[in-house]
Design a binder for this molecule. Structure first.
Ligand SMILES: [Zn+2]
Length: 306
């Protein structure tokens, strides 16, 4: 049983977490849908994108529409990093959600599965919701400041309730209706929340919002090897296989891109900062083939000489 935070508790938690640019929208403390259903036992906090951008979004989130009345979230986070407090209580943000997705956040599982098609759970009853201003197109970046505040907001909720970062979920992880909401690598996002939670709320990591970890990649030899025995070839093949296995074993779909990748971006919020598991595998295969080719060339050269 986790009773939702009061408005005063939420403000205090946000400020302690270092969120300073806060707009309290008039009436936010009592803006809710409590007359339509429960919001008394919460176990998760969701992140969304708005799938649109503009200055009208705070009031849209506050009021909603005739078809979908507000509040549409608990907080709205602008691209500038400014946080608008929109509602307190039940909000129209998640809709129905899959049981397996909810169980993952409820039990704080490290694996967040693809949501089932059936959606028997009332997501608005059990989860807070943070809306972030992003148009949702594939290459639209998240400004570093906005990303940092998003991490702080979700960490503040987890810290208050004593939850782990695995209580954070994306709308796309809760329902098949929202397959790209939002376009964030969620395992990385949760790692960043977890890193905050490992420090006091006052922690300020500086300009870099995260220090993601990634498996190391095999490095091909700088010079062509000489006089390779069969044992050498076996050893190289085994080392390459071990590297592949290390990556496979840690597979969660998102890795740091190597800095020599032509598309590499040093900004953690850019897509170019990451590789998919498929890209990592293709790179490993290419490197192993390069090694095989180099070995064959050396062996051929040796035969010619002898
Ligand atoms: Zn959403």
């Amino acid at each position: 049983m986790a009773r939702p935070m009061t408005p005063d508790q939420w403000l205090k938690a946000l400020r302690a977490e270092g969120v300073t640019d806060i707009v309290e929208m008039p009436g936010w403390r009592t803006n809710n849908r409590n007359h339509k259903g429960p919001f008394s036992d919460v176990h998760a906090t969701m992140i969304h994108h708005t799938a649109g951008e503009g200055t009208g979004l705070p009031s849209w989130c506050f009021n909603g529409s005739a078809a979908l009345p507000g509040p549409l979230c608990h907080d709205f986070l602008a691209r500038s990093g400014r946080l608008y407090l929109v509602g307190n209580g039940r909000a129209n943000h998640a809709g129905t959600v899959a049981r397996n997705a909810y169980n993952a956040v409820l039990n704080e599982a490290s694996h967040h599965p693809i949501p089932d098609a059936a959606e028997p759970v009332d997501g608005n009853a059990v989860s807070y919701g943070l809306e972030c201003e992003n148009d949702g197109t594939p290459n639209r970046t998240w400004p570093a400041k906005q990303y940092d505040v998003a991490v702080r907001v979700q960490a503040a909720r987890c810290r208050f309730h004593g939850w782990s970062a695995d209580s954070v979920w994306a709308h796309k992880e809760a329902t098949r209706r929202k397959p790209v909401d939002p376009r964030l690598p969620m395992d990385q996002f949760r790692r960043d929340v977890a890193e905050r939670l490992a420090h006091p709320a006052s922690w300020n990591p500086g300009s870099a919002p995260s220090k993601p970890t990634t498996p190391s990649k095999p490095v091909p030899p700088k010079e062509a090897p000489v006089a390779l025995s069969d044992a050498d070839v076996q050893r190289i093949a085994k080392a390459a296989a071990d590297e592949v296995w290390k990556v496979m074993a840690k597979s969660d779909g998102v890795y740091l891109a190597p800095t020599d990748d032509p598309q590499y971006s040093p900004t953690v919020t850019d897509p170019g900062h990451y590789w998919s598991g498929r890209q990592v595998m293709a790179d490993l295969v290419r490197r192993v083939r390069d090694i095989q080719k180099a070995v064959a060339e050396v062996v051929a050269a040796q035969k010619k000489e002898s």
